[in-house]
Design a protein around this ligand. Sequence first.
Ligand code: DGP
Length: 114
Amino acid sequence: MADPCIFCRILRGELPGQFAYEDDYLVAFRDIHPVAPTHVLVVPREHVESLAHASSAHRELLGRLLEAAAAVASREGLAARGYRVVINTGTDSGSEVAHLHLHVLGGRQLRAMG
Ligand code: DGP
């Protein structure tokens, strides 16, 4: 049976997708349904279901994810005007994919959150 985790499948190259960035710990690729001119997902190679499932064992990985989000924003030319990094977690957040990921959003004035 195919892996039900769509991001694990992308990570293994089973689904099309070009990585904007990758290293031993994580990859970054464009969101299929962008909500801003730049909308990149930063995704750990390890399947961690959500931020709520991360433990102290993931401290270094969480730091790497934030570092990569800032690097992606910089590469995408967002650093000067600013950007938003979002981690949806659990049902109330509207999260669709149960594999931890950071959204890097920018390229337009973003609305206040709510
Ligand atoms: P979230 O709602 O935080 O779980 O965000 C999941 C995001 O993943 C959502 O914005 C759409 C994106 N997405 C879902 N399936 C795919 C896919 O197959 N390819 C890509 N590039 N993005 C996907």
